[in-house]
Design a protein around this ligand. Sequence first.
Ligand code: AKG
Ligand code: FE2
Length: 216
Amino acid sequence: MLLIDNFLDRDSAERLRRKIVDTPFNAGSSTATGLAARVKNNLQMDREKGSRILDDIASRLMTHEEVELYAIPKRIAAMSVNRYDVGMEYGNHTDAPIMNNYRCDLSFTLFLEDHANYDGGELVLEQEHGLLKVKPAIGSLFLYSTGLIHRVTPVTRGSRLACVGWIESRVRDEQRRTVLRELNVVHRSYVARHGRDELVDLLLKNAASLMRMWCE
Ligand SMILES: O=C(O)CCC(=O)C(=O)O
Ligand SMILES: [Fe+2]
């Protein structure tokens, strides 16, 4: 998982938030499938009326350097902007593995409300080593493996606004993505210290081979 706390600077996040607030919202349960529909109690921005907003977030995501390195994104399988008012929550669930015919490897939440403006509304993930609670500042992006069980706790004051979405990666296996990312770190650190030499060429050759072997 990865938290990028300045994915959007405060001004851009605020501007985006104001555009979203002016767009109509519908009941969120209409877009959940199976068991998730029973535990989902939130509001969802109208997909058609908010399509420019979703496109804008998608293009920022697909071109963000840290997202590119971490997720190796191929495309975004689905996205929505959700609002949780007082009493709303999304109980424990796992996100669907396939959306719109695309595989979902990573889930993300872009936080679009200042965390001082609402109570509750934490994103809670069940991990091997216990629970992880996520409630960062406005403009933060959190990425996590789609297979994890997670929930959004009830909002008890104010409203929680966030954009959520699912990424199909070019490299479906998380361990392989880690290898590629860390080779990139080795490459950059080595060049910074020693400049470019024949070892760098060898490293890049092998990193490229791994990418070709693993990418889809
Ligand atoms: O709003 C969030 O942080 C996550 C919501 C969620 O789990 C979902 O929409 O599937
Ligand atoms: Fe979810």
